[in-house]
Design a protein around this ligand. Structure first.
Ligand SMILES: NC(=O)c1ccc[n+]([C@@H]2O[C@H](COP(=O)([O-])OP(=O)(O)OC[C@H]3O[C@@H](n4cnc5c(N)ncnc54)[C@H](OP(=O)(O)O)[C@@H]3O)[C@@H](O)[C@H]2O)c1
Length: 274
């Protein structure tokens, strides 16, 4: 019997005006396949109530599949999407009209009249942050989204956005070996902003002997220990490992119940590129 996720094992996290369990599902490889449908349905059954997508994922197929499989959504299920990238080459596009069309497209594909969390996928260096923040603010005011998030941003950029629009989450690359965003994570923790690490398990390729040893001690896998480390690292951490395997999904959810000792946490924390 697979373990499920709940408030007592994963803990919960505030995401603007929403509350979710602290392991979500990343969907950048989700397409209209039986395996993907199975993973989406199993995620909800296992207690995952945060699903992260974007218009660019599989050139809109991820959003379409989520809308087709899961809408109408269970009451507590939070769907986060992103816009502000080119569907052709993933370059940043923060042109206001492009963003307006992007959010409406996401709403249609997700079969939702309001997106729970809409994240700016990338800051476009050609557009002033204040202009983009004003567009994001208008999405909140018009009820197109409940909350706004950012992705791949610095502390200075977050602060510039926050002068104009409340920021509920930040999604930056972060995992046990890639830690260049420590300062952003610390800022989010101080400010009560959810930090959503993307690439959270480094595709299971974090080859640390300590990870293997600690995993053996817990009867777990190194991937599960790397998720447990993230959860322990900060109360605002919301990992979103992506998978197309129900077996891996169950393992990722079960990682929420692993409690690392203080020594294990410290040993693992000493690795990683900052
Ligand atoms: N904001 C951004 O710019 C940005 C950029 C990239 C990604 N993201 C988001 O972040 C999410 C997470 O990124 P990701 O790199 O984890 O997603 P991903 O691209 O789906 O890759 C996850 C990899 O880890 C494997 N895996 C998952 N669970 C495992 C387990 N328990 N044991 C062994 N292998 C396992 C998966 O293989 P299997 O399918 O075989 O399990 C897959 O190869 C994405 O889905 C997306 O939502 C955001």
């Amino acid at each position: 019997m697979a373990q499920t996720l709940n408030a007592s094992n994963s803990g919960q996290i505030r995401l603007g005006d929403l509350t979710v369990n602290r392991i979500g599902l990343g969907t950048n490889r989700i397409t209209d396949t039986e395996a993907a449908h199975g993973v989406l349905n199993s995620a909800v059954e296992l207690g995952i109530n945060f699903i992260d997508t974007a218009d660019v994922y599989q050139k809109t197929q991820s959003e379409e599949t989520i809308g087709n499989v899961l809408a109408p959504y269970p009451k507590d299920l939070v769907i986060a999407s992103k816009g502000g990238m080119s569907l052709q080459d993933s370059s940043a596009i923060n042109d206001p009209e492009y963003l307006r069309q992007a959010i409406v497209g996401s709403m249609k594909r997700l079969k939702s009249d309001r997106i729970d969390l809409y994240q700016l996928h990338r800051v476009d260096p050609a557009v002033p942050i204040e202009q983009t923040a004003t567009v994001l603010r208008s999405f909140l005011d018009e009820g197109k989204t409940r909350n706004i998030g950012l992705s791949e941003v610095t502390v200075e950029q977050i602060e510039r956005f926050r002068k104009i629009v409340p920021v509920a989450s930040v999604q930056n690359q972060y995992n046990i070996i890639e830690r260049k965003h420590e300062a952003v994570l610390d800022y989010c923790e101080r400010e009560g902003i959810a930090f959503i690490p993307w690439y959270p398990i480094a595709k299971g390729k974090a080859e640390l002997p300590a990870l293997r040893e600690i995993a053996e001690r817990h009867g777990a896998t190194p991937v599960q220990i790397s998720i447990a480390w993230l959860l322990r690292r900060s109360p605002v951490m919301l990992p979103i490992p992506g998978t197309l395997s129900t077996e891996h999904l169950e393992a990722n959810v079960a990682a929420a119940a692993i409690e690392l000792s203080k020594e294990e946490f410290q040993e693992l924390s000493s690795f990683g590129k900052r």
